[in-house]
Design a protein around this ligand. Structure first.
Ligand code: BGC
Length: 757
């Protein structure tokens, strides 16, 4: 035995002795870089490309052939130096890979968790961390190394086609939820990529648009969430955005990537481009955009030529190579992790069902319509989407899941009986539409969000029959959006048929003494002011992942008490947002996919297309509505519960730079529930232009039993109250008396305290 060991060791020494090429370890990165040729360095900083032949666009939604088919990208292996290829896979709602493989009978489905906006609506960092733990386990067990998520661009305007992937109009909520997600995913020993850094706030012409933003708005609104996520979770990677800011592509912006991200915030990880983002590979390497994804031969050649002709300093290339190698040595593939391809999908289905419940927002509940009475067993189910529930949005934020539980299935699993006549009518209608749609499929645009079928409105006699035969009506309205296109104002508003449906059904059911509930299976804000008083209850279920129908049924039946709160303002009209004056009306722009790929990118001067001016500055979301006094339909932070809460007088304690506020929250209703306590601060505003108030901290209680109380402590730093002074390019803190407001929405402040600075 001893003799054998000595022989093995001797053999190893002999191999190492005769082979002077270093093999990558955590400790010899500099040595490996020294041993690399210029070509190998250029190879490592450019991804392996796509298998579409034309550096094509289909790949951006998952077509690259590699170790994990369907993953978005990978790095080149350099076997000579012991450098493996790492796999990067989308995206925010779960791992996006191909569910089947050629010549293989196994399936590779991933769990479709709730969309980002639903996760932020939970306002529950522990819960989001748990979701991240499960999602990260699928990253690990399917052989991926980095998940291209979370996405945390600010909801500047409700029409952004990708808002569903993003968290909020507020940077503190966005940053804290993103940090929780990153911590959860990375606890598995796999990486994340917080994206899209920064200000990717419109899909229209996203690869060329120049976002004209003031420094103050950048620091306080658009960068802030990323700053929080970087400092509170240390993401392994960051993905730069497609757009320019004030004339410079973010992926080519040295001041953004080296000065702000690394020097100011202390970020130590790796930066990669969004897929085909930016134009100039040399500028990207110089700017500290370490990895160019998915990688093009032209970029590889430009980098080599640049070093040879002196336009690129090889030391800068080495710096980026080093950051990529530092990433690689952390990955499961480098550590030879034996992935199973068999994550526990059943356990994760339970996690998604539970987490979805916490992010659902009860918008209306007249006369305690919900939860449904125990005797209500027969349900008239209206709305196309009830029968074809939407799990999430389209594009790279989609997940290839094994199934989606529709509302119909969810109700039936909960022991409720759907009206069979209505079901037949809807299913026939939807089958007919699907047949017509199939004939126009297969074109270049097939991966864009497909328009949903026009709302089916049953005849008056059928609605009346349903009202007579059932205990209650449920109507679902759906919306779908995704990458490449923004939503339209028509999509924001209810269609004439949707309005007719809610009016006709409510009239017939009220005439029969029965109630109507509307479920919103949507990914972004819609108009509600004109119709919200018609039905008896409105539940915003968002796009709740693959268990959506079960989660909705859990809330409707009262098995769970809804505790979601809105992470954005719901305006009366789309135009009420100040940003609407400067946001693309996508219906007026022609969709040019070649422009997206950078193939035919002719720069023009069209407002909101070639450039978009953020005239609202820091007045985004509730900051604008507070300032202007414009009435909203539902304010930021709003959401009802099946119970009620009372707050005690808060105690404020300041220790050094840290301010902590303590209070007790009492459940004054009849059922157990969770409350979200929101802490806003108003500055004196005498020497600085300041918003009326800003969210600085929030906390979600554990479940509080009826009649019981829970203690809540919320903390923030004095520096969080500072504003960016554009003249001095520095943070500035105003002295004076600040007001701390605690409430259950930004308009429902329940108690106040003062803080002297
Ligand atoms: C998206 C990214 C995504 C990437 C890779 C791009 O089109 O903007 O969010 O991670 O594709 O699929």
């Amino acid at each position: 035995m001893k003799k054998e060991l000595i022989m093995i060791l001797a053999g190893a020494v002999a191999v190492a002795g005769c082979n002077s090429t270093p093999q990558l370890t955590e400790k010899n990165i500099d040595k490996v870089i020294k041993a690399m040729t210029l070509e190998e360095k250029a190879l490592l900083v450019t991804g392996i490309g796509m298998d579409t032949g034309s550096e094509g666009m289909a790949a951006t939604v998952g077509a690259s052939a590699q170790r994990v088919p369907g993953a978005a990208g990978a790095t080149h292996a350099i076997p000579r130096l012991g450098i493996p290829s790492i796999v990067l896979s989308d995206g925010p709602a779960g791992v996006r890979i191909n569910p089947t493989r050629e010549g293989d009978d196994n399936t590779y489905y991933c769990t479709h968790f709730p969309i980002g906006t639903l996760l932020s609506s939970t306002w529950n960092q522990e819960l989001v961390e748990e979701v991240g733990e499960s999602m990260g386990n699928e990253v690990l067990e399917y052989g991926c190394d980095v998940l291209l998520a979370p996405a945390l661009n600010i909801h500047r305007n409700p029409l952004n086609g990708r808002n569903f992937e993003y968290y909020s109009e507020d940077p503190v909520l966005s940053g804290k939820i993103a940090a929780a997600y990153v911590r959860g995913i990375q606890s598995n020993g796999v990486g994340t990529s917080i994206k899209h850094f920064v200000a990717n706030n419109q899909e229209t012409n996203r690869t060329a648009v120049d976002e004209k933003i003031s420094d103050r708005a950048m620091r306080e609104i658009y960068l802030k969430g990323f700053e929080i996520a970087v400092k509170e979770s240390d993401p392994w990677t960051i993905m730069t955005s497609y757009n320019k800011i004030n004339g410079i592509y973010t992926s080519e912006d040295h001041a953004l990537l080296e000065d702000i991200l690394r020097d100011d915030w202390g970020y130590k990880g790796t930066v990669m481009t969004d897929w085909y983002g930016g134009k100039d590979a040399i500028a990207q390497v110089h700017a500290g955009n370490d990895m160019l994804q998915p990688g093009r031969p032209s970029q590889y050649n430009d980098i080599i030529d640049g070093v040879k002709n002196g336009t690129l300093d090889e030391a800068e290339l080495d710096r980026n190579v080093k950051r990529i190698l530092q990433l690689i040595v952390r990955t499961p593939i480098f550590k030879n992790y034996a992935y199973s391809n068999k994550p526990d999908l059943e356990a994760h289905a339970k996690v998604t069902r539970q987490s979805a419940v916490e992010g659902m927002v009860l918008l209306e509940n007249k006369n305690a319509t919900l939860p449904l009475a125990a005797e209500a067993k027969n349900v008239a189910v209206f709305g196309n989407t009830s029968y074809d529930f939407i799990a999430g949005g389209t594009g790279s934020g989609n997940v290839n899941r094994a199934y989606t539980v529709s509302l119909l299935d969810g109700l039936s699993n909960a022991g409720l009986q759907a009206d069979a006549n209505l079901q037949k009518m809807y299913e026939e209608y939807l089958a007919k539409i699907a047949k017509e749609a199939a004939s126009v499929d297969g074109d270049l645009f097939s991966f864009l969000p497909k328009p949903l079928p026009a709302e089916f409105v049953p005849a008056a006699k059928d609605i009346a029959a349903a009202a007579a035969a059932n205990d209650v009506a449920i109507i679902t309205f759906g919306r779908i959006s995704g990458e490449f296109v923004d939503r339209t104002v028509a999509d924001f508003n209810l269609s004439a048929k949707e309005k007719q449906l809610v009016n006709d059904v409510t009239k017939a059911f009220h005439a029969a003494g029965k109630k109507v509930i509307v479920v919103l299976n949507i990914g972004g804000v819609i108009e509600t002011a004109s119709w919200k008083n018609t039905p008896d209850a409105i539940l915003l279920s968002w796009q709740a992942g693959q268990e959506g129908g079960n989660s909705v049924a859990d809330v409707l039946t009262g098995k769970e008490n809804p505790s979601g709160r809105l992470p954005m303002t719901w305006p009366v009209a789309f135009e009420d947002h100040k940003s609407s004056e400067n946001f693309p009306r996508s219906e007026t722009f022609e969709l040019n996919l070649n422009a997206f790929m950078g193939i035919e990118q002719v720069a023009g001067d069209k407002k909101d297309f070639d450039w978009t001016k953020y005239e609202e500055g820091i007045y985004v979301g509730y900051r604008w509505f507070d300032k202007s006094g414009i009435q909203v339909s539902y304010p930021f932070g709003y959401g009802l519960s099946y119970t009620t809460f009372e707050y005690s007088t808060p105690e404020v304690a300041k220790e050094g730079d840290k301010v902590c506020v303590k209070l007790s929250v009492k459940n004054t209703g009849a059922v157990a529930g969770k409350e979200v306590v929101q802490l806003y601060v108003s500055a004196p505003g005498k020497t600085l232009d300041k918003p009326v108030k800003e969210l600085k901290a929030f906390a979600k209680t554990a479940t509080i039993a009826a009649g019981e109380s829970a203690d809540v402590t919320l903390c923030f730093n004095v520096n969080d109250l500072a504003s960016w002074n554009e003249e001095t390019s520095a943070w500035e803190l105003e002295n004076g008396t600040y007001t701390i407001s605690l409430g259950s929405s930004c308009l429902n402040i329940l108690t106040n305290a003062e803080l002297a600075i």
